[in-house]
Design a protein around this ligand. Structure first.
Ligand code: IPE
Ligand code: IPE
Ligand code: MG
Length: 231
């Protein structure tokens, strides 16, 4: 039996640097081009009735990059939110951010909070942006909050635990897409992808487009998700 349409797609948007390198451009140019793809994919996802789209924008490990690149990326996130927020509201998109906020600068935190507040009634698509996100940190934070809330060992099961993750309220991804051909998860949604289907393409993120997303969805639909059973 093949799978139905994916309700939730999570994407590891990788390959901006390599895209730029191939063209003798700076890595920054690659990131800028990547933002254009991101906009296209958000709009297309809404159009084709994807209900949840989760995008990996900056990992908790990406701070290891040169300071110049990190600060370029932070400025790019700020300017992108400023430019795109009205459009997202108009398109009925609900925006959420996951990741450790305390590690982010004040200006970006203010924008994140504002974007979440202004889009909270969005009904068309839930767009979750992983920013300063690490899957292991998310699990550690969940454990800390369970302890703070004095939840007893007997009360903890998978469902309760899930509610303590940053992604509480969002179903697990059906499909995880990674661009640029790396066969790894890079600390993304570790708990949530337990039974997600994986799709890895060599296409670099700035070259990814609607057709590539269609291709990934078509591939997903041909999969047989067994969840441990035998049908
Ligand atoms: C993904 O592109 C964007 C971020 C991690 C912010 P990369 O910058 O990782 O591109 P490559 O992997 O160096 O090509
Ligand atoms: C994963 O890409 C993080 C994002 C896409 C934001 P990386 O480029 O950081 O992953 P690694 O370092 O190649 O595993
Ligand atoms: Mg990369």
């Amino acid at each position: 039996m093949s799978s139905s349409y994916p309700e939730h797609i999570a994407i590891i948007m990788d390959g901006n640097g390599r895209w730029a390198k191939q063209r003798n451009l700076s890595r920054s140019k690659g990131h800028k081009e990547g933002v254009k793809t991101t906009k296209k994919i958000i709009e297309y996802s809404a159009k084709i009735d994807i209900k949840y789209l989760t995008l990996y924008a900056f990992s908790a490990e990406n701070w290891k990059r040169p300071r110049r690149e990190v600060s370029f990326l932070m400025n790019l996130f700020n300017s992108t939110i400023d430019r795109e927020l009205d459009d997202l509201i108009e398109k009925n998109v609900k925006v959420k951010f996951i990741g450790r906020r305390e590690g982010l600068g004040g200006s970006i935190r203010r924008r994140i909070e504002n974007a979440e507040k202004k889009t909270k009634d969005g009904k068309k698509l839930v767009l979750t942006v992983a920013l300063n996100y690490g899957g292991r940190k998310e699990i550690v934070d969940a454990v800390k909050n369970l302890i703070k809330d004095e939840i007893s060992a007997e009360q903890i099961d998978e469902e309760t635990f899930s509610k303590y993750l940053y992604t509480s309220g969002t179903p697990d991804p059906d499909l995880v897409i990674r661009t640029s051909g790396e066969y790894r998860i890079s600390n993304y949604l570790l708990w949530q992808i337990a039974y997600s289907e994986l799709y890895i393409t060599d296409v670099l993120w700035p070259d990814f487009d609607e057709k590539e997303l269609d291709r990934a969805i078509k591939d997903y639909k041909s999969r047989n998700r067994r969840f441990g059973s035998i049908n």
